[in-house]
Structure formats: C-alpha cells, structure tokens
Write a protein that binds this ligand. Sequence first.
Ligand SMILES: Cc1ncc(COP(=O)(O)O)c(C=O)c1O
Length: 424
Amino acid sequence: MGSQEGRRWLRNRRASIEMSGAEFRQAGHRLVDMIADLLDSMRELPVCRDQRPSRIRTRLPVGLPPSGAEPAELLEETAQLIFDNSLFNGHPRFFGYITSSAAPLGALSDLLAAAVNPNLGGWQLSPMASEIERQAVSWIAEFIGFPKDCGGLFVSGGNAANFNCFLAARAAKAPWDLRQAGLAGGAGKMLVYATDEAHTWIQKAVDLFGHGNDAIRKIPTDEVQRADVRSLRGQITRDREQGDHPFLIVASAGTVSTGAIDPVREMAAIAREHDLWLHVDGAYGGLAAALPSASPDLKALADADSVAVDPHKWLYSPLEAGCALVRHEQAMLDFLAQPQSAAAWPWSTASVAWSSRRARCYSRSTSASAGASPFICLPRRVFSGPSARPRQSAPGRYSKRRDGSANPSTIRCSRVGASGPTAS
Ligand SMILES: Cc1ncc(COP(=O)(O)O)c(C=O)c1O
C-alpha cells in the first residue's frame, strides 16, 4: 500500500470495536435472546460434555487470524462456542463445588457495569457506582450481623478478601511501623494461628507477604475438625515467651472439606485476652450467619475484627465477587491508603488503593466493585440455604455423604438421568 493509499485507508477505516447504537442494539438483543434460551433450556442439557483439551482446541482457529470479523457474527459464534463447551455450574445437577449458579440479574448488571465502565479508583470518577457499592458492603455486613459502619472492600473472591483482612490485621498489630520498615524492622516473628482445615489462602498470604510458612502455627482440631482452643491458648503463650509476635487468629466459618465451624466465641475471647486480631474466613459459610437457625459460633463472627465472605458463592453473584469486612474502617485505610496518591490527585477524596482493580477499590468515602452490584437483588433468595438452586430443581434422590456439616459438596445424587454424571 502506497503512503497516499494508506492515508486514505486510515481515514476511511472503521474499527470493529466501534458500533453504532443500532448495531449494538441488534447484536445485544440477539445475545440476550441466546442467553435467555440457554437459561430456559439448561436443565435439559448435560452438565458438561466431552472436555478433553484436544477436542476443545479444535474448535478454535490456530494462530492469529489474518483478518477481523463482523462484531455481531463474532459475538454469536463465541456465545455458541461457550454454550456448547462449558460446564454449567448453574445446572440443577451440578454439585461439583460451591460456585453460584449466577443470577440472571447478575449477568445483566455486569453488562451495565461494563458499558459504563466506572473507575472506582476515585469517588469523582464514579459517584453513583461508588455509593451503590458502599451501600452493598454495608448491606452485607448488616445481613450477617457485622457492624454496618465497618470498612469494606469488594475484591476478586475469598482468597483476595482474606488477604486484605490479613494485611489489615498485620498493620494493626505489628509492634513497629511495618509499612515503613517492613518485616525486618523488628525483632521476633509475626505469627498467625489456624488449623490444618483452614483454606490454603493462609499459605499463600504468608508466602506473598513475606512471612514464610514458619509463621503459621497449626492448631490441632477435635473430632469434628474444629480448632482446639486449649492448644491455641497454650501455643500463643509459648510464642510470646519466646519473643515472637502473635498477631492473628484465623477462625473458619465453614471449612472447605467438611463445612466445620470453629469455636468462634472462644477464639474471640482468646484474641481479646491476648490483644490479637480475630479474622473469620466466612468465604464458605459466613453468609449463613444471616439464618435465624445459625449456630451461636457462626453468629459470633459479629465479634471478629474482620470477616471475609464470598457473594459469588451463596449470594448467586457471578464470578468474581468476594468481600472483605473490617470492623474499624480506619484499620483498613491504615494499610490500603497511599498518602502520596492522594496528594497526586488533589481533586479526589480517594486515596487510591494498591488493591484496586477493575472498578474495585477502597477509599475514605467509598468501597466499591462493579462486580458486586448483583447483590442488590439477593437477600430473599439466600434464606433457601446452601444446596438450594435458585432457578431450577432436579429430580433424584439425594443423601448426605458425610456427617457433621451442611457442606453441599458432600451430597450425593443417586439417580442419574440424561442430564449428566453423578456428582458427589
Ligand atoms: C473457606 C474458604 N476460604 C477461601 C476460599 C477461596 O475463595 P475464592 O475461590 O473465592 O478465592 C474458599 C473457596 O472455596 C473457601 O471455601
């Protein structure tokens, strides 16, 4: 192409990422129709089809395509590919693990968020989205009995929510200025206490944040996999005597393997006694604290310094939506806010957080995530409990595979129809 021809081409070029309102409407209506048909027919489909990577890969072109495609066609083709080659965790016979059957309203809310694309790095950049999210955080807190004036942050899931609470705890309880001097700034190790049944986010946290695995004190469990509080108390005392710095007790409100709930009330008392931070990992079961029938230990998450919950599990929010709640908002600001970024953005009340990502951030006046907006539609549904499916039900006989918890992943379906394999 000559330079003149090239310039003409550039002038007349129409990038396929641009769409007129009419084109958007047409493509969007078609996609919404396809999704609505999928939702209506899902119970008749298999939970999943042949998922060998070699088979799936043959459906995709090899190498970078030499030319583009019409957006509407591309969208339709991609939707069909996804529909035909997915494992449907919204299927009534899906029992593989605890992931929401995402609420259709959540899908529409994600479309809305993506279209406006609010940047929650600063309140002025996203006024209404920021306020909606602040409200959603406070509703989640209120829902589970946690102080509704707490600090909060929407993040990508339970791992990230727990990380944030870990960091808030560390900043609050470090005996020296950790932010300035780092972990090497004081003598002795900073220690965290959890059982072997706790989720692996703890290993990831001590690794990511520079403590190393030796910083975890494993607390033995009783016969139903709950933390042994006598051992916990004894271990903390011994560690203190040796000059180390216990700072965090992690209680599980529902462990991954059995759904065990730690003795949160006693752990809270130990934390108070020793001036430690009590964090409750409620990613799995914390939202059940809203149930009138929740056990006293589950309800005791209200006494924690921080709680992590996962709206993308029990609240039917589409992935990704985890929520970190910190009792005292200032404790969250103390580890998140960067004074220099506030200075660089004098027109913003926000102190931009390092953990901000795709419309997720935490600031003095906002706590936010576009991904969390689906929560707005949820409270009526959550009362139906962990193994409930919001839209569909499937025939079959169900039995619990193990004793001791309401863990939905331990349920076995004994009758298998055309809809797919037995899940257990
Ligand atoms: C108790 C517990 N904590 C943390 C997580 C991690 O959550 P996510 O997968 O949303 O990051 C899970 C996930 O199943 C969990 O059950």
